[in-house]
Design a protein around this ligand. Structure first.
Ligand code: FAD
Length: 544
């Protein structure tokens, strides 16, 4: 009988254990977890702060006794694996309650120790009792109790990534004054600057004090100090500035660590030792799009890697596609999802790209909860291969992004998706949805049937006195418009075409980009050869 030992009892660890049991009823499977719980929902932790998840115990999905009863898996909590002896194929385990150390032998060892929240010691006061990081149930319980017991009213959340934004939102729902402090010039790095503005505004509109381009330098008892010298009131501080893979155990055992700092693994998640596997946040993965090594600390990949590692132990072949990076978040009334690489990452990877930014409604406009869907599609030039997509809106952003993630997995091009047939009825979508529309526009761009400038260039156009024509109706224009923009509504465009010069570039916009797109094509059909759409249009511009 095979003896499989697993380090870490959450996403990757529990996933490996369960799959191994499904494949082999006779294996001896022991899972070691340093913390007090196995198999908890890391991703739901922030929701305890608002009371959406009332009881901490609800965060725990499976306890050791259930693992034993349902799966015949021996899950040992408060048990830290402190050493791997590769020659003897044993590990040393420390019982954290008693300090006792014992040895356990393995045929196969699987490492899924995850990643630690980063806590830079260069920040003064970072080890104070009012500074928290969130990784497990005990952490969130401790933070929640601290806030309650000390009547904390002001919280500073440092780092505006997924975890930071979720913690900020949940604290707002708990009536706290929240500052969200970010070292970079935008929130949510997986999104491009233009899309991040929408999320940023939503955070601001809901009372979050978003502070950008200003890293934390010092924590005091009742305030934080930023690099600029700015001081923000905060009796509790949550650090959510990223994670660092827990490679110490692997490193001490001489396993190979990759260039990105994660454990190096092969196609089947085997480390440099053929009897040791590694999965989850601790490993280095391969980016399918950038064609380079990267790290992707997300639950979905950890689960899939766990299954693949268990498969390989039992000689079942795996398909390793590399990672794409697909994620979703809610920030108050907005949802935001992204897949693939964004513009910044594509520039770093030196991949030539272009993009389309459209703002269709997510449902037929007559429906009561129809909302604009900000949708950005990024594709390779000149092949049209889909490289990434981002969607922000009040409705289901994830369903469109999931289509794009699937398309990327299958190496689809924009042309492949123009004909995609997706579910439609007025309550759910539009007959020509964001996927059809964005790929059709991209196809036109690739074929030079149409030109555009990104919404981020609008300020420059205005400053340079470029000719901008606003093709919205008069009442829309009068309610607010760009300085110096000339109003020629689409409905009057054809009869007023002779007011438009032929000898200079003409930039068009409307509310969402749809009417201006039609206006560009109408003018081109009338012999204008220098008309350019402002992608993102007025809705996009309004976030600047
Ligand atoms: P973990 O789940 O961290 O499990 C590793 C376990 O190993 C830990 O419990 C640790 O105590 C234990 N361990 C480490 N060393 C040892 C040792 N030597 N001996 C014994 N035990 C050890 N991902 C998403 O995809 N979507 C989300 O919405 C999302 N939200 C998140 C929200 C929060 C607050 C957090 C913290 C994470 C979130 N994630 C999310 C990330 C996701 O939880 C991780 O990617 C995933 O849990 C990684 O699984 P893992 O098994 O590698 O590591």
């Amino acid at each position: 009988n095979k003896k499989i030992l697993i380090v870490g009892g959450v996403a990757g660890g529990a996933g490996t254990a369960a799959r191994a049991r499904r494949l082999d009823e006779s294996a001896e499977i022991i899972m070691f977890e340093r913390g007090s719980h196995v198999s908890f929902s890391n991703c739901s932790l922030p929701y305890h702060l608002s009371g959406i998840v009332k009881d901490c115990d609800d965060l725990v999905l499976m306890c050791p006794s259930k693992f034993a009863e349902q799966y015949n898996i021996d899950a040992r909590v408060k048990s830290e694996v402190v050493k791997i002896n590769r020659e003897e194929k044993t590990i040393e385990v420390k019982k954290l309650d008693t300090g006792e150390i014992y040895t356990e032998a393995y045929d196969k060892l699987v490492l899924s120790p995850g990643a630690n929240p980063i806590k830079p010691q260069s920040i003064k006061g970072v080890n104070n009792e009012n500074v928290f990081t969130i990784r497990n149930v005990d952490d969130i319980d401790k933070l929640n109790k601290y806030v309650k017991n000390n009547n904390v009213e002001n919280v500073a959340v440092i780092g505006a990534g997924y975890i930071g934004v979720e913690i900020a939102e949940n604290f707002v729902h708990n009536d706290k004054q929240v500052a969200l402090v970010e070292a970079m010039d935008q929130v949510m790095q997986p999104f491009d600057f233009d899309m991040a503005q929408i999320i940023q505004k939503e955070l601001h509109d809901n009372g979050v004090n978003v502070v950008l381009s200003d890293p934390l330098t010092e924590v005091k008892a009742d305030q934080v100090v930023l690099k600029s010298g700015k001081k923000i009131k905060a009796e509790a501080v949550v650090l959510a500035i990223g994670v660092s893979p827990e490679t110490e155990l692997a490193e001490a055992a001489g396993l190979k660590i990759g260039e990105t700092g994660g454990i190096e693994v092969n196609h089947n998640y085997v480390t440099s030792d053929p009897d040791i596997y590694a999965v989850g946040d601790v490993i280095e993965v391969y980016s399918k799009i950038a064609r380079s090594k990267t790290r992707l600390p997300l639950a979905g990949p950890a689960q899939r890697q766990a299954r693949a590692a268990a498969n390989h132990i039992y000689n079942i072949p795996n398909k390793n596609n590399g990672v794409i990076g697909t994620s979703v978040i809610r920030a108050f009334n907005y949802n935001a999802a992204a897949t693939g690489l964004n513009e910044k990452q594509l520039k770093e990877a030196d991949i030539a790209y272009d993009f389309v930014y459209i703002i269709p409604t997510d449902k037929v406009g007559l429906m009561p909860d129809a909302n604009p869907l900000h949708f950005k599609l990024i594709y390779e030039v000149p092949t049209g291969k889909i490289l990434g997509a981002q969607a922000v809106g009040k409705g289901n952003v994830d369903k469109r992004i999931d289509v794009m993630a699937t398309a990327i997995l299958m190496d689809a091009t924009v042309e492949d998706l123009t004909e995609s047939e997706l579910a439609y009825a007025p309550l759910f979508s539009t007959p020509r949805n964001a996927v059809n529309q964005s790929t059709l526009v991209a196809t036109n761009l690739i074929n030079n049937r149409y030109r555009q400038v990104p919404v981020t260039k609008v300020r420059e156009l205005v400053e340079n006195d470029a000719l901008i024509i606003d093709v919205r109706e008069k009442d829309e224009y009068q309610a607010g418009h760009l300085i110096n923009a000339v109003n020629i509504p689409l409905s009057e465009l054809r009869e007023r075409a002779d007011e438009i010069p032929h000898d200079k570039p003409v930039y068009l916009h409307c509310r969402s980009g749809q009417r201006s797109y039609n206006a560009v094509l109408a003018l081109q059909g009338r012999g204008f050869d220098n008309v350019i759409n402002i992608s993102g249009s007025f809705l996009g511009i309004s976030f600047y």
